[in-house]
Structures are given as C-alpha cells and as structure tokens.
Design a protein around this ligand. Structure first.
Ligand SMILES: Cc1cc2nc3c(=O)[nH]c(=O)nc-3n(C[C@H](O)[C@H](O)[C@H](O)COP(=O)(O)OP(=O)(O)OC[C@H]3O[C@@H](n4cnc5c(N)ncnc54)[C@H](O)[C@@H]3O)c2cc1C
Length: 552
C-alpha cells in the first residue's frame, strides 16, 4: 500500500464502483477498498450490525445492507426513479428542505446514471418512450392525466441489477484501478481543520493485524452506504488523529427513509382489460406506471411528495382465491428454497403480513390448475432464464380493483439519528444506534394524499379508493406497516451553510479539503423516489468535480 493513488474510494457498492470507473476514465489512478469479498462472508457482514431504537420501523442491518463486492446491489430490487424538481426546492411547509444543487444540475448525469444501472434511456414519462407499445394509451380506460393527477410517470427497472457481476471484469482488468478487497477502512489521518486528510487506515476484514495499514491518496471518497459512511466518519471525528469538522452535532442527524405500505384499495372505472397494471417493455427494459401528483398540486395542498402504484392483494391471505398468488406464497414461504426467491426483507414482510393457511392456498392452486401452472412456468422462465429478468409479478384483476401501494417522502427530523454507542465491532470501530420514527407530519401527509387522490378519482370519473381502516385509525395503521432502513438518507446532509450541513454542494466533508461522500446520506430530503439512480447521478457529477480538483 506504499503506492500513492490519486483517489482512494472506500466501498465497492454501486456508488463506489461508479466513482472508481469514472475517475479511471478521466485518467486517474484509483484504489478501490472494499470490506467484503467476492462471496458472502459472515465475518464481514457482522461488522455492520447495529442497535435499533425501534425494530418495527427499521429493518435489521442483516436485511438492509450487504458487505460484499457490489454492496447492497446484491439484493436490491433495481427500481430506478429520478428525484422530482420539487424535491430540490425549499418548501415552507417542509422544515430543513432545499438542496444546494438543482434538478437541472443533475439532469445531464441522469443519462450516464441510467446507462450505468442498465435502465436504458432516461425517459420517465410514458409519452417520451419511443419503444413503449402502449405509449399512446391511458393508464386505465378513464384515467386522463392533468394538472391535478398524473398517471404517465414511469419507474424503470435495471436489466442488470447485480452491479458487481456487470462491472467485475471492467474493474479487474482496469490498470488504473487497484481493487483492495477484504480490507476495511477504520479511519483517517487528518492534521488540522481545513487541511487535507493524508491517509486512510485499513485493517484486514478477517482480523489478525495489530496495526492498521496506511493508504495515501490525494483525494478520498467514502462510499460505504448511508449508515456505514456516517458511522465511519463519526468514529473518525472521535479519534484525536482523525477527521476534524467545524460542527459535530449535525453528523448523523436527520436520518430519513420512505414510509410505504397499503391503507386502501383502488377501484378503477371502465373496462378492466384496459388497465395497464403490469410491467411493460420499453426496448429491452422493464418499466411500470405510477400515479403521482404534479408539483403544483403538492405545493397547493402542502403535501409531502408521494407515489402510488397498483399492487396484488396480500398474497399470504388465501381469501384472494387466486391460484397464482397462492402458488407464489407457498414458494416464498417454503423453508427449502423460499429465501432464494426474494430478498430477506421482502420475504419477511410477506411472511408476517397476515393470515395464512397452507391447505387453503393449495385449494386455490387446484381450482384453476392449468392457469396456475401455466402462469408459474412462464413467470419462472421470464424471471430466471430470459434476460432482462422480469422484476416481479402482478396479476390482473377482473373487477378492476387493486391494492394501492404508497411510497412517500419523510420530513427531515433532527431526532432521527445514527449515533455511536460503546459497543465495538471486531476491528475496534464503535457500532451505532439507529433511530427512525415516523412523525405526525409524515403520517398526516400520507393520509391527506389518499383522501385527495380519492376525491380526484371520483370527481374525474376515474374510480375511487376503498380505505382498509376506519379513518381515525389510518395513521396508526401506517405507523404499524412502514419499515425502512433500505433507503439511507440525510445523515451527512449537503448544504450551503456550514452551520447546518455536514457536507458542501459537492458532498465534501466540511473541515476537510479532500474527503467526499458518495452516498444518499448527503441528500437533504428524501423525495418519493428510491434513491440509487439519483445517487449514481450525483456520484458521477462529484467524480468530475474531483477530477477538476486533481488538475489544480
Ligand atoms: C432489499 C433492498 C431492496 C432495495 N431496492 C432498491 C430499489 O429497488 N431501488 C433503489 O433505488 N434502491 C433500492 N435499495 C437501496 C440500494 O440498495 C442502495 O441505495 C444502494 O445499494 C446504495 O449504494 P451504495 O454504494 O451507496 O452502498 P452499498 O450498496 O451499501 O455499498 C457499500 C459498500 O461499502 C462497503 N463498506 C462498508 N463499510 C466499509 C468500510 N468501512 N471499509 C470498506 N468498505 C466498506 C460495503 O461492504 C459495501 O460493499 C434496496 C435496498 C435493499 C436492502
């Protein structure tokens, strides 16, 4: 590790790999340090364990992050959605909102981010998708998008979601990238506030070393995921030789995710066969429609950003009477191979989602055996053999009634935090306690958004909602359902004011000249979108800034 690198990137998840490749393309010598290995290693994974203040609202770290080459992309869903222009703005009804960069600043980088994640063109509106067969069709027979409601927005699904498999040979064959896997960064050497950091400190992940190895570089990029990047920095600023920051108390605060769940069903008017509820192909990429409110409508109603999509009924409840859903439930619940069919987080949420009765599920499968076998065979082929793989499955409903899934913004709340505790991992880094609670504003906005959606559906003759809970208990139902920890946002927030931000507009840690964070931890607000696409766009923009710094 005596060689001097231009840049040391810590963490080889999607963000770290994107930064390392981009900087190597720009001519720089990069060290890419990764705690994990090619294959899952329990010793490495255990380093990420953390304490949870509320295990109902936050997933276990074993389900939320993966310490392996490629990082958490080993289990992620691959759903890609850009942030909306309103997410970058300061809104008077969202305290601490406002980014130091705009949507326009990121726009050019979404093109390369889409390419990197394998989601094709950066077209997120049905009308712009030239290869989408249903481009000129409405969401449903009666659904017209207008000033108050939109059914044209799309999510795109990565056609090669396992990032390490995709980029493995490109990283290993790249003469400008030195991959150092199986080594964990445990800190940094930083002399004086405002000066550059000189070294990253690394220990073998499997232990056995007495002193850390020092890796020198001109620039450092911390890309360890939202929680682990924050934890590494918190540990470092606690060490007298480590990173010096002007304001400590901001680091680890304002932790956010996305409350999501189902509190209503949606019934659409018109011909059920015309409802576009399923995955569609735009060229070689799967896309799916979502229901959103235009920014002006969110502003008018002081609503947090939110998206909805049609979903299957609860597959665990055999009352749905559908053989396909029952077959899916039995497969996922199977102790033998269920864990290979869905990420642990999704499998757990299905298994705990309510009633289940194996006999009743088997009966469902036998009512229309040919339909069930036909669907399952086709699904297995499209999911596990054909490329791109089908991201999931949705079944058509003859009555035009579907479960309605919501995915909402969470307001930045200082009391949601990642804080060090005394317990240490095997390499001596202090672990963290994670606090994530849904605030009254989060819950109230979700309820009001549903009420508003129902009103608009009825007024415009599109359909209606059926709430699953009495109105005075809906907020509590959301609180019981919503779990995150998969989207790790806000704890190293960017800003223009050094008193209220941990990082500047380029994601550089305040108090250092050469340590950057490539993680959704720098996002000041969470929006309604899953964060990875915007993270990659930001990381690519940041790489170009680091390139300019190296040229100075
Ligand atoms: C079940 C699940 C489903 C998801 N689905 C979606 C989705 O559909 N869409 C979406 O946008 N997002 C989704 N996400 C979130 C997505 O996975 C993350 O946003 C993304 O992986 C973040 O990338 P990253 O590179 O910042 O961090 P990670 O992917 O977590 O990678 C960080 C890397 O850093 C390494 N590391 C950690 N600490 C150290 C250290 N001290 N030294 C060296 N290396 C270190 C880790 O081993 C890891 O390889 C999902 C997450 C989960 C868990």
């Amino acid at each position: 590790m005596s060689e001097v690198h231009d840049v040391c990137v810590i963490g080889a998840g999607p963000a770290g790999i994107a930064v390392a490749i981009r900087l190597s393309e720009l001519g720089h010598k990069v060290a890419l340090v990764e705690s994990g290995f090619e294959n899952f290693n329990a010793t490495a994974q255990e380093l990420s364990n953390a304490e949870l203040t509320n295990a109902k609202s936050h997933a276990l770290m074993t389900d939320a992050v993966v310490r392996i080459l490629g990082g958490t992309s080993a289990v992620w869903g691959g759903r890609c959605v850009p942030y909306d222009p309103i997410d970058f703005e300061t809104r008077d009804y969202v305290e601490h909102s406002g980014w130091p960069i705009t949507n326009a600043d990121l726009r050019p980088y979404y093109i390369s981010a889409c390419e990197f994640l394998g989601v094709g063109e950066p077209s997120f509106n049905v009308r712009n998708c030239t290869a989408l067969e249903t481009r000129d069709l409405l969401f449903s027979d009666t659904f017209r998008s207008g000033n108050s409601l939109c059914g044209n927005r799309l999510e795109r699904w990565s056609q090669r979601p396992r990032i390490w498999s995709t980029y493995r040979s490109r990283v290993l064959r790249n003469r400008r990238i030195d991959l150092i896997s199986g080594f964990t960064c445990i800190g940094f050497l930083h002399g004086v506030l405002g000066n550059p950091v000189s070294h990253a400190l690394l220990l073998s992940t499997l232990g056995g070393e007495t002193a850390p190895r020092k890796l020198n570089a001109q620039q450092f990029v911390i890309a360890c995921g939202g929680i682990e990047s924050t934890r590494l920095i918190l540990n470092s600023i606690n060490n007298p030789q480590g990173i010096k920051v002007p304001v400590r108390d901001i680091i680890g605060r304002f932790y956010m995710g996305h409350p999501s769940g189902k509190i209503a069903d949606i019934e659409l008017a018109g011909d059920p066969s015309k409802t576009i509820f399923n995955f569609e192909k735009d060229g070689n990429v799967y896309v799916r429609r979502r229901i959103t409110f235009p920014s002006s409508a969110l502003d008018r109603e002081s609503l947090l950003n939110i998206a909805f999509w049609l979903d299957n009924p609860n597959i665990a409840d055999p009352q749905h009477g559908n053989g396909v859903l029952s077959a899916a439930y039995l497969a996922i619940a199977s102790p033998l191979f269920g864990r290979y069919l869905a990420p642990a987080a999704i499998r757990n949420s299905i298994l705990k989602s309510g009633v289940s009765d194996t006999f009743a599920h088997l009966k469902n499968c036998l009512v229309h055996p040919f339909d069930t076998v036909g669907f399952c065979t086709q699904f297995a082929y499209r999911r596990y053999i054909r490329r791109p793989r089908l991201p999931g499955f949705f079944v058509h409903n003859r009555t035009n009634r579907y479960a309605l899934h919501f995915h909402s913004e969470q307001v930045p709340n200082r009391n949601n935090e990642i804080a060090l505790i005394h317990d240490k991992d095997k390499l001596g880094l202090r672990r963290v306690r994670i606090t994530l609670e849904w605030s009254p504003q989060d819950l109230d906005s979700i309820v009001r958004a549903h009420v508003r959606l129902d009103k608009l559906l009825v007024e415009q003759g599109i359909g209606r909602l059926w709430f699953r809970y009495p109105m005075d208990t809906v907020s509590e139902a959301i609180r019981q359902q919503a779990v995150d920890g998969f989207h790790q946002i806000g704890t190293l927030r960017m800003g223009n004011d050094p008193r209220t931000s941990a990082t500047d507009c380029n994601g550089r840690i305040r108090g250092t000249t050469n340590v950057f964070v490539a993680s959704s931890a720098v996002f000041p607000t969470s929006g309604q979108a899953n964060p990875t696409l915007t993270l990659i766009a930001f990381a690519l923009k940041q790489s170009e800034y680091i390139h300019r710094c190296l040229k100075l």
